[in-house]
Design a protein. Structure first.
Length: 603
């Protein structure tokens, strides 16, 4: 469209300039320009009242460019970052979304508006793809950020001692470097959807107040964001097709192989993604709790803020967590019941005593130990956490098994404080789930655990026990696509005869050339226990040769022990075979991580 002088407020020269400029602009540039003109008009509308010195005055032009950096281990923070970007773009913002590992730290000085969305991993550690950025920001090279406006959304699990620790550290450090908060940090527990939305609205509101303009959403984009799909908040009921025990008779373990139907769901996934499963509590435990509290199981209660109601027994079975104790739960219980003993346990100086108490106990223990009686059902369940989903690494390829998803789940049973305890989801699958039943599920995409983009890239997979799951998916995918890259699997468990998970499949892949090499370690079959890291050391020279030609390394399984030991073993191998110092070996592995050649799916 050409501007004509006769029907515009521009003179001939201005019209010609605009006619040359407008066709060259991208949509985002046009959007930015329109926002700039609106803000400029507001700026001349009048003088502003005095505002806090750290924020621009009302009506002053403020950049609507936003950088969103995420640190994510399982994909939650990444999903929230992408969703936030969609919503912000619907409000007229220009957004750049990046993993912390892909962001050049030196560019931080150029950023005016920064949103951090980060999870906390393990015992208060940053997720793998946030490590380098976290180290940079907290090191001597951390730049002065006096012109930066920021806000932090922190994800965590309140059952861990260092709840949301990484987010707290980023928030504090950005302030120390001179940054100003757009809005206060929000710390999210496992049920993070509502607080994350409130945090984002707070960010948008802070911009609106400064800009002096409405933050009404763009209707088109808003419709796309709220489009109904199966997700965490709207899980798909997947039918159980198969439920098999992978372990042989006489094994100390029970590992279930589940095959679920996704037909009609429209859900898709890639190797490396996880499946979220919403389980149900054991009815026997629920009955003991109801009896202890002298509650009527048929009493009707609200189960969410929307006002949905269920019978009390159904609410405790499907909607609330009753098998894990957290510090926030005890704090709320102490206040609700005005319990002196609980307050004493929570008082400063008793941190170790509290940590010991929380371990291995559940809601029934809490009720019995502190005689928590005398409040209404509604008051009591108001302090309970929603039932969180359990994430399992997907053990199948969608291209090899259309409309299906497979899981590998180890049954958890143990004794603690005089009672038998069961894993909520694993024992549901082991004992109460049969073909024809359904499970509420959703896909958890994980961009941090993916096969190489080049199919000829060699891969090294290390996954003892149920850590084998994603590598079964990798092999199915590579077989289906005809990928030519070499592959090497390290697997371990207790006994060769009873615990070699998916043995016939691995042997077939070896025979067909899909899998190049496999090394196994069965720790209870020899007098001296042998684990996967010992097998790696035995082949250290060859393993390093694979690394030198560009192999990608993947680890899946237990973080506290196995993944830690395997990480150190990799460093030992690089140091020895590469003739490097420990410091250079660590830099070598960090560089592999940066190149996405070292990826971990650990829990």
């Amino acid at each position: 469209m050409q501007l004509q002088v006769m029907n515009s407020p521009f003179n001939q020269e201005q019209a010609e300039l605009l006619n040359r400029l407008l066709p060259t602009l991208t949509e985002s540039q046009k959007l930015w320009l329109s926002g700039y003109l609106v803000a400029s008009q507001s700026a001349f509308a009048g003088t502003s009242e005095a505002l806090p010195p750290e924020l621009p005055a009302q009506g002053q032009t403020v950049s609507k460019e936003l950088t969103i950096l995420f640190g994510s281990q399982t994909g939650n923070a990444q999903g929230l970052a992408k969703n936030a970007a969609k919503k912000l773009e619907g409000r007229g913002f220009q957004t750049t979304v990046s993993s912390m590992s892909d962001f050049k730290p030196n560019n931080l000085k150029k950023v005016q508006n920064l949103l951090i969305i980060v999870s906390t991993h393990g015992e208060g550690d940053p997720p793998d793809n946030a490590l380098s950025f976290h180290e940079f920001l907290h090191g001597r090279r951390g730049p002065k950020l006096d012109d930066l406006r920021f806000s932090v959304l922190s994800l965590g699990d309140s059952s861990y001692e260092f709840f949301c620790q990484t987010g707290k550290e980023f928030d504090q450090r950005l302030e120390e470097l001179g940054g100003t908060r757009l809005s206060a940090r929000v710390d999210c527990d496992l049920d993070y959807d509502e607080p994350a939305d409130e945090w984002l609205e707070g960010v948008i509101s802070s911009f609106s107040e400064v800009q002096g303009e409405s933050a009404a959403p763009n209707s088109t984009v808003a419709t796309q964001v709220s489009e109904s799909v199966y997700s965490r908040t709207n899980p798909f009921k997947a039918e159980v097709l198969e439920n098999l025990n992978l372990n042989g008779r006489g094994s100390n373990k029970e590992t279930r192989h589940l095959e679920l139907s996704l037909e009609g769901s429209g859900l898709t996934f890639e190797p490396g993604d996880s499946l979220g499963v919403y389980p149900e509590n054991d009815s026997a435990l629920v009955d003991m709790l109801l009896e202890e509290m002298k509650w009527d199981p048929e009493e009707i209660v609200k189960v969410n803020k929307q006002g949905d109601v269920r019978s009390l027994k159904e609410a405790l079975m499907f909607h609330f967590e009753i098998t894990v104790l957290t510090k926030p739960l005890l704090e709320q219980a102490a206040q609700l019941f005005a319990n002196v003993e609980l307050r004493e346990l929570l008082s400063p100086g008793n941190e170790e005593k509290l940590k010991t108490y929380l371990e291995g106990r559940d809601l029934l223990d809490l009720v019995r130990d502190f005689n928590l009686l005398g409040v209404s059902v509604e008051e009591f369940i108001s302090i309970l956490r929603k039932m969180p989903a359990r994430l399992y690494s997907i053990a199948s390829s969608l291209s090899a098994n259309p409309d299906e998803v497979h899981l590998t789940i180890g049954a958890v049973r143990y004794d603690s404080h005089g009672r038998e305890r069961n894993g909520v989801c694993s024992i549901l699958c082991a004992e109460r789930l049969h073909p024809g039943d359904t499970l509420p599920v959703y896909i958890q995409h994980n961009e941090n655990f993916k096969l190489p983009t080049k199919p000829d890239t060699p891969i090294i997979m290390i996954g003892p026990g149920t850590g084998v799951a994603p590598f079964r998916s990798f092999m199915q995918e590579r077989e289906e696509t005809g990928a030519e890259g070499k592959s090497w699997m390290f697997f371990g468990d207790q006994h060769f005869v009873t615990d070699f998970l998916y043995q016939t499949e691995w042997q077939k892949w070896i025979k067909d050339g899909v899998l190049t090499k496999m090394d196994v370690a069965f720790s209870r079959d020899t007098e001296e226990k042998v684990y996967v890291q010992h097998r790696m050391l035995q082949h250290s020279k060859e393993l390093f040769e694979w690394l030198k030609v560009g192999a990608s390394v993947y680890i899946c399984g237990d973080e506290k022990n196995m993944a830690h030991d395997v990480h150190n073993t990799l460093l030992d191998i690089i140091e020895k075979e590469g003739g490097m110092s420990r410091e250079k070996a660590e830099a070598y592995l960090a560089d592999m991580q940066q190149q996405k050649r070292y990826q971990r799916d650990v829990y």
